[in-house]
Design a protein around this ligand. Structure first.
Ligand SMILES: [Fe+2]
Ligand SMILES: [Fe+2]
Length: 270
């Protein structure tokens, strides 16, 4: 069992966010973000001057076994166990995505109120995505934590914790955008073996993720405007500085255009 880090009902906005990022419990984290999302509009003034602590590792269920990315085996799709393994890896992506969206809210201060609303909404979406996948796993006698996972998503959050421009570039516009490329073929694979419930869940996630990347694009451009830098050049600079390895296509051009990329940018990316 994780330690009890449930947010106090009356904690300040940023304190509550920090405790939710650190929370290890699945139920606490998902319920906590929903509660905060409904009560946050009651905060007249956000406590922008409260401390911002570096979070080296976000809260995850303690039974989860973390391994380096290369150690995870490629999986098939035909057996239920193979599908569980695949869905388990997506459960971990969604759980990490709750932490990432809340951390984007917690860490970066003095931004317009809409910034916080947008990322709270994303965090609540990610909690819903996690719950959908978790319910699928439970139905197939599997639990989050049954298989090893890697923590590459949070590692990128930690690397970009000092700079909101780097965070918006790398997390929504590189990592989440990658999800837009790989999800449709994955849906087709689940469809090919008649796993309709997985297809349904992944379709919901896919549609929502276009919106998340769009929010990332919107705030990335806003921050570039504020800093008086040209967004396309800045994006390429951020990618080469923080992304280790090549950005791999093929890109889902239609979804990426909807998500706030422009054609020239996609051409430049490869
Ligand atoms: Fe998601
Ligand atoms: Fe997302």
């Amino acid at each position: 069992m994780g330690k009890d880090v449930r947010p106090q009902a009356h904690g300040s906005f940023f304190e509550t966010l920090e405790s939710l990022v650190l929370s290890e419990g699945m139920i606490e984290k998902c319920r906590g973000i929903r509660e905060l999302n409904t009560r946050w509009s009651n905060f007249d003034d956000l406590d922008h001057n409260s401390p911002v602590n570096f979070i080296k590792v976000a809260g995850l269920p303690t039974r989860l076994q973390l391994v380096p990315p290369g150690k995870l085996k490629r999986r098939g799709i035909k057996s239920q166990e193979a599908r569980n393994i695949l869905m388990h890896s997506i459960a971990h992506i969604e759980f990490s995505a709750i932490n990432l969206a809340m951390d984007a809210c917690y860490r970066f201060r003095n931004l317009p109120k809409q910034y916080y609303q947008d990322w709270l909404n994303v965090a609540a979406d990610e909690a819903r995505h996690f719950e959908l996948i978790n319910a699928y796993l439970n139905l197939h006698n599997c639990n989050y934590g049954d298989y090893p996972v890697h923590n590459g998503l949070w590692d990128m959050a930690a690397e970009t914790a000092h700079d909101p421009i780097a965070r918006m570039a790398l997390v929504p516009r590189v990592l989440e955008a990658r999800g837009l490329d790989v999800t449709p073929p994955m849906i087709a694979r689940f469809d090919s073996v008649g796993d309709n419930s997985a297809v349904e869940i992944l379709n919901v996630i896919y549609q929502d993720e276009i919106g998340h990347v769009y929010i990332g694009s919107k705030w990335f451009r806003h921050l570039c405007d504020q800093a008086n830098v040209e967004p396309r050049q800045m994006f390429m600079k951020m990618v080469s500085q923080y992304f280790h390895g090549e950005l791999r296509g093929p890109f889902n051009v239609a979804a990426r255009l909807q998500a706030g990329f422009d054609r020239e940018e996609l051409e430049e990316l490869g």
